[in-house]
Design a protein. Structure first.
Length: 376
């Protein structure tokens, strides 16, 4: 089966690109391995840029139950510091967001193949991109978008993660007192081998998502219960926050070997790499969803303008490099023992530092791209 564009991966980036292209009259097939949207390891923070992009796509996050966020809080050991967010923000589960995006893609005319796993992906002898599924069926197109998130396809892997990061995500229902204390904040908690985030999502539940180096996880016995106890020991603020909390999942969702700091240098003709396949920013920035939407919009605009995939990938890298490098430096500081000890104290003295860091690690749209609409 052949279309103009083939998109592999039906998460935020893949759906956003498919909607933009279909609304401009392109025939698009999107292949997603999960039969229905699932909970994913994700901080679920929607920055101001993400909210703007979602609005342009026709997604009303407020109607989906998104929780407005107005503050950011940093907690290390027993100290915490708070500052207002420098932009509007919200929090929404990926399951709810992905459900809305898939529905919008279908409404835009995208052929969505759900519950279909790609076994092989590459160029054919006649220069088409072809996805061969586990059942043997094939889909072809002269142009493809690779949007498989943190999961790599065979033959299209990214460099290995030298720090061996492991990420976990659990939903909790906090006690009434802790719910009130958390309020409208996105809370960053620091440990000896990583960091985590706590923030409210829809239906009165909070998302706790953390990333730790494997050696830290190993010291906790390679078990979630041990890791949770160790993080609470390192950061009593987290222990306070989770006191009396009720887990909402039977076990945490996990993903390993996340190549933080990865920024794709090049690609092949006709293959636009977006989302985490283009760039993986440290999670503490809360910019993952924004980058997925940003790269999807830029990729779609580049294709529609007739710009080659290699040219798109090169320009994207150049545009994102300063923010990515700054985010890496900041992430290294968060796992430094001295920084963990002094950061909350420093931020109490200068709360604006958190706002400055948040602004500098944002990945924003170029004016020419931001001015475009995806309405067709």
């Amino acid at each position: 089966m052949q279309d103009e564009v083939l998109i592999v991966g039906g998460g935020v980036a893949g759906c956003a690109a498919s909607i933009a292209l279909a609304r401009r009259g392109r025939s698009v097939t999107l292949i997603e391995r999960e039969p229905t949207p699932q909970h994913k390891v994700c901080g679920e923070f929607l920055s101001g840029e993400a909210l703007e992009d979602l609005h342009a796509l026709g997604i009303n996050v407020a109607s989906l139950g998104a929780v407005p966020l107005n503050h950011v809080r940093l907690a290390a050991a027993r100290r915490a510091a708070e500052a207002p967010l420098p932009f509007p923000a919200a929090s929404l589960t990926r399951k709810a967001l992905d459900t809305a995006l898939i529905a919008e893609a279908i409404a835009a005319g995208v052929r969505v193949e759900r519950g279909r796993s790609v076994q092989l992906f590459g160029r054919t002898t006649n220069d088409l991109w072809q996805a061969t599924l586990v059942d043997g069926s094939t889909f072809q197109a002269p142009t493809a978008f690779l949007a498989t998130g943190k999961h790599d396809l065979r033959g299209h892997g990214r460099p290995k993660d030298p720090h061996q990061w492991v990420a976990f995500k659990m939903y909790y229902r906090l006690s009434a007192a802790q719910t009130a204390d958390l309020a409208d904040a996105s809370e960053l908690t620091l440990y000896a081998g990583g960091y985590g985030g706590v923030q409210p999502v829809e239906d009165g539940v909070v998302n706790f998502c953390c990333v730790v180096q494997r050696r830290y996880f190993a010291r906790a016995g390679l078990r979630w219960e041990g890791l949770l106890a160790k993080m609470q020991e390192d950061c009593p603020h987290l222990a306070m926050r989770l006191d009396g909390a009720e887990p909402q999942l039977e076990k945490p969702i996990t993903v390993t070997h996340i190549p933080y700091g990865y920024l794709r240098r090049e690609t092949e003709d006709g293959l636009y790499c977006i989302g985490d396949q283009a760039a993986v920013i440290p999670s503490f920035t809360g910019d993952g969803i924004s980058i997925a939407l940003h790269t999807a919009r830029r990729g779609a605009a580049s294709y529609l303008a007739g710009e080659s995939a290699p040219a798109f990938q090169s320009k994207l890298r150049s545009a994102m490099l300063p923010q990515m490098r700054l985010a890496e430096i900041a992430a290294d500081g968060l796992t430094n023992s001295f920084a963990r000890a002094v950061l909350p104290f420093c931020l109490r003295i200068w709360p604006g530092a958190m706002r400055v860091t948040a602004k500098l690690t944002r990945v924003t749209q170029p004016a020419a791209i931001a001015a475009q609409t995806v309405a067709g």
